[in-house]
Design a protein around this ligand. Sequence first.
Ligand SMILES: [Fe+2]
Ligand SMILES: [Fe+2]
Length: 221
Amino acid sequence: MIRLSVVRTDKEVEAIMAMSEKQIEALGFTEHSRRHAGIVSKWSGDVLRALGMPEKEVQLAEIAGYLHDVGNCINRMDHAQTGAILAYKILTRLGMEPEDAAEIMMAIGNHDEQYGSPVSNLSSALILADKADVHKSRVKKPIDNVYTANIHDRVNLAAERSYLSVDREGAVITLFIEIDTNICSVMDYFEIYFQRMKLCRRAAEFLKCRFSLVINGTALL
Ligand SMILES: [Fe+2]
Ligand SMILES: [Fe+2]
């Protein structure tokens, strides 16, 4: 079994991650770099571990989480599909069993809300982890006026903290978000995150859990 540390330090992975960062920065989008990759990797693994899934599945989820956005080095459009194929090629080259690499490929190809669906434990954990990462540090470009910034930047700038919590006994996966409502309203958040939250709900259901969303201490879902 290939470990995450081997994937993370692979030269090809490093070059592709650097190119993804370059493209996302040039497009002026929120951060999708190694910070995001690292967080999504950890949270994907944490979700499956908390649900008592086998250690191997947890490790595959960590690798899927780390590589899920590598398609951004090609083009932001369809990055889930291009990234899935890229990841499969890299992982089999590193010696991963084709069945395991294919599992990761399928999860990555389903992480984006446009075409994605929770079709496996891995893809469900990846969807939840990816959509949970909202944080002000993800806004990279200088913002002159936070109040007139675009809604994506505003929502991220307002996000002080976000994390997932898994209650295995109660079968509930909760996304907790703390936002500064001086910068963005809860409505703003919903405006851009509605599709993502619907996908999170389906992902939690695939894992036989209910999805709950708590913003600033209030349960909204
Ligand atoms: Fe993505
Ligand atoms: Fe992502």
